[in-house]
Design a protein. Sequence first.
Length: 186
Amino acid sequence: MKRTLFICFALCISMCFGQYDYNASKAHPFGQPNPEAPNQIKDFESMIGLCKCTSTTRKQDGTWNPSEDITWEWKYIMNGTAVQDETLKPDGSHSGSIRQFNIDSSKWYVHWFSAKTPSTTFPVWEGNKKDDKIVLYREQKALNGTDGYYRLTFYDMSSSGYKWIGEWVNTTETIVYPTWEIKCVR
C-alpha cells in the first residue's frame, strides 16, 4: 500500500511539474525556450538575463532629460512559450511587457504594463524580427493630430548587450521623431 501511494504521488508530481520544464529554475534562472514553441521564441534570446542600461527620454519641449541607470531583466515564461521583460528604475516607476508570438498572424504581440500607471487595458504593440532588428508598432497620432505609429526597435543585439529606441513615425515612416533611447550592456 505504501509503495503504491508513493508511486502514485511520484507520477502526479512528474505529470504536474513536467508541464513547467522550461520555466525558471536553479539551472536556468531565466527559463528556457520551449522546443515546441515557434522558432521565433528565440528572437529575444540575446536579451534573456539581466543587463545594466542607460535610459534617456525626451522632454515635451524637445530637449532630452538626463540619462538614468536602469536594470532590464528578460526571461522565458509560460513554460518557455512567451517572453517577459521588466525594467527596474531608481524612482520606482518599474514597467514591463509580456511578449507572445502568434503563429497564425506570424507576429509578436507585446502587452506593456507599468507600476506607475496601472491600466485595465494594456497597450499592445505588434511586429516582427526583420533582418537583425525587432520592430514593433502601435497606432498613435502625433500631438498635432497626424496619423502615425509609435515604433519600438531593438537593434545591435548580441551577447554583450543591445539597444532600443522608441520613435513616433508617420504612416509612411518618412518622418521619424525619437522620444526614448535605451542602451544596455552585460
